[in-house]
Ligand binder design. Sequence first.
Ligand SMILES: [Zn+2]
Length: 154
Amino acid sequence: MYILDTCAFLTQNHPEGEIATISEIESELNNRQSKQYFTNMKEIGLKIREPKVDSIENIRKNSEETGDLGVLSSIDLKILALAYEMRGIIVSDDFAIQNVALHMGVEFTSCSGNEIKELRKWKYRCSACRAEALEKVDSCSVCGSEKIFRFKVK
Ligand SMILES: [Zn+2]
């Protein structure tokens, strides 16, 4: 089972076989060709599934551990949750999605051929006082600055 992220519909380049995705993907498809492709795929067997709340919560926890939570959308979390639940292989070009998948032992592949090879750990740092945070914050808890950036720990 392959779980398709947006790239599969935009590039129409993904492995063949059993395929599934979440309904919200449709809102990410911003041109006529990809919308049409989504419709065609549904007609020939693309399954639309809704991951369980528990699975999404589990993904949230895991993406917090890698430091990716701050850059993942709710759609990204659901794609990961569905792949985790259905023991599917994620098809995504998003490095944050790939990173969380790697962290959780979920297989993944890409549409573009670009895949991360090793796990990346991220933290956040205030550019004013250099205070570090594990989670993405709107403002620094030490000095209040809003200039927070993400950096790679390993
Ligand atoms: Zn600060």
